[in-house]
Design a protein around this ligand. Structure first.
Ligand code: ADP
Ligand code: ZN
Length: 207
């Protein structure tokens, strides 16, 4: 099954995509994680992407389209994948349609005030992509998945969060209609607990 996870930053795309990855045995492909890793490794793509990400802007379409196009050719994608954070513009969605067949687009819906609370307390591991909230950490900043340090992303600082919400509304929200028109949209409320939301995600995907 080839899936897309849509929704504003902090909606829980990464959390549910990671869970489904282990439940279904198909890879979760997060363009945000790939870009952050490139920044950490100071690759050419990373150096180019950094200023956009830190400012809460989108990285140029050509850059992310090429990343995804190459990634989907790897052998682990042959029996399905979950795209988390891609596409984020109509141009990316149109490009994706030329090299992939999508079975469903899951749209996680969460109100702005809850997003702001989640993002401002979010801590992530730049090595493996593990994500948590400061309220769950008991003052311990070691990644339980790989042992690296959990950090606050620059773009999760309050002054950048508002920017990202505006970018989402202007550039990404139109994709809800794009996939609805194709009959692929499945919308789920992402306001409950992780367990509740995950059950709703599975149900919406008939899993
Ligand atoms: P979140 O879902 O919390 O916004 P992501 O990790 O998906 O976080 O993305 C972080 C940042 O990476 C985005 O704000 C953007 O700058 C960049 N990015 C990730 N995916 C894309 C994409 N498909 N197109 C353009 N920029 C992207
Ligand atoms: Zn880790």
């Amino acid at each position: 099954m080839n899936l897309i996870f849509l929704g504003p930053p902090g909606a829980g795309k990464g959390t549910h995509a990671q869970r489904l990855m282990s439940e279904l045995g198909i890879p979760q492909i997060s363009t945000g994680d790939i870009l952050r890793k490139a920044i950490k490794n100071e690759t050419k793509t990373g150096l180019e992407a950094k200023r956009y990400i830190d400012a809460g802007q989108l990285v140029p379409d050509e850059v992310v389209i090429n990343i995804v196009k190459e990634r989907l050719q790897e052998s682990d994608c042959a029996s399905g994948y979950i795209l988390d954070g891609f596409p984020r513009t109509v141009a990316q969605a149109e490009a994706l349609d030329t090299f992939a067949t999508i079975d469903a687009a899951l749209n996680l819906s969460v109100p702005d005030d809850m997003i702001i609370r989640r993002l401002s307390g979010r801590r992530v591991c730049l090595t493996c992509g593990y994500t948590t909230h400061i309220s769950q950490m008991n003052g311990n900043d070691v990644c339980p998945a790989c042992g690296d340090k959990l950090i606050q992303r620059k773009d999760d600082m309050p002054e950048t969060i508002q920017n990202r919400l505006s970018v989402y509304a202007a550039q990404t929200a139109p994709l809800v209609e794009y996939y609805d028109r194709k009959g692929l949209l499945r919308t789920v409320e992402g306001t409950g607990t992780v367990e509740e939301n995950h059950a709703a995600v599975r149900k919406a995907l008939n899993l």
